[in-house]
Design a protein around this ligand. Structure first.
Ligand SMILES: NC(=O)c1ccc[n+]([C@@H]2O[C@H](COP(=O)([O-])OP(=O)(O)OC[C@H]3O[C@@H](n4cnc5c(N)ncnc54)[C@H](OP(=O)(O)O)[C@@H]3O)[C@@H](O)[C@H]2O)c1
Length: 273
């Protein structure tokens, strides 16, 4: 618990505007899905702090407005638009926003995911299966396909999918969600090979357990939390900024020879298929 407090004090309580500015993404334009809260917001914040112009997005207009306001108050180059990733017209609007406001797209971070049902994988309903695959996998695939012509116009670019440690080692009762995340590991490899000659890199980040609304059910009781912490070799959960830094690295020129890879940021949780 003390260790967690130290990490929280070091990263979370630090005001956005005091983040060290690293201009390594200067001139790049990034789209981040599901970026008004949690890991997506931290990614948008970090890419902007590192110099990118960023389009934030999520389903609810008030969330978009407040995320844009927070980031602009730090002096970052940010725009925002409502985008439910499984709606074609919303994805089109997201791409148009980047084009109209910032003149193109260099980076796509596909971060949106849902988990509408828990239980053993083969007991899930077809409805739950379809919803999870529609948002977590199909929308990631479709948005990548739609962004591709824009990356080609820039003669290169970068796509990052946010998968999960569950894609390597399914989390109990999150079977379908885990399978959807394994699919993203495959999408990363397949797309990376197809696009490598065009200087378009495709990579993936697989977070462990990160403190967000999404994961709150996993640690809402003290008992559940203790059991969870025992399963993490580092003995603590991550905070969103610890995932955002990995994404910023992957889309930067520091990762210019890395494609088709998944970086696991899980505090040591098992990461082999
Ligand atoms: N937290 C973890 O422990 C953990 C671990 C491994 C992987 N991940 C992955 O990390 C990613 C982000 O998770 P998180 O924990 O940061 O979630 P979160 O804190 O619950 O944030 C959810 C964000 O997604 C938006 N959103 C939800 N559904 C959307 C949709 N269909 N289209 C567009 N935006 C949508 C929400 O805004 P609106 O309500 O306005 O749409 C909000 O901005 C997910 O891919 C998740 O699978 C999380």
């Amino acid at each position: 618990m003390n260790m967690l407090r130290t990490v929280v004090n070091k990263f979370i309580r630090r005001p956005l505007s005091s983040m060290a500015y690293n201009g390594k993404l200067k001139g790049k334009v990034a789209i981040v899905t599901a970026s008004t809260d949690g890991i997506g917001f931290a990614i948008a914040e970090r890419l902007a702090a590192d110099g990118a112009s960023v389009v934030v997005s999520s389903r609810k207009e008030n969330n978009v407005t407040s995320a844009v306001e927070k980031l602009r108050s730090c002096g970052y180059s940010v725009s925002g638009v409502v985008c439910h990733v499984s709606k074609a017209s919303d994805r089109e609007r997201l791409i148009k926003e980047a084009q109209d406001k910032f003149g193109g797209i260099d980076v796509l971070v596909s971060n949106a995911a849902v988990n509408p049902g828990v239980g053993p994988v083969l007991e899930s309903t077809e409805e739950v299966w379809d919803k999870i695959f529609e948002v977590n996998v199909k929308a990631a695939y479709l948005l990548s396909k739609e962004v591709l012509p824009h990356l080609r116009k820039r003669h290169g670019g970068s796509i990052v999918y946010i998968a999960s440690i569950a894609g390597f080692d399914p989390l109990g009762l999150l079977g379908v969600y885990s399978v959807s995340k394994t699919a993203l590991l495959g999408l990363t490899k397949a797309a990376a090979k197809d696009l490598a000659r065009e200087n378009i890199r495709v990579n993936c980040v697989a977070p462990g357990i990160v403190i967000t609304k999404f994961s709150s059910a996993l640690h809402e009781t003290e008992e559940a939390k203790e059991a969870l912490l025992r399963s993490i070799p580092m003995g603590r959960m991550a905070i969103p900024k610890e995932i955002a830094g990995v994404v910023s690295f992957l889309v930067s020129d520091d990762a210019s020879y890395i494609t088709g890879e998944t970086i696991v940021a899980s505090g040591g949780m098992t990461s082999r298929l």
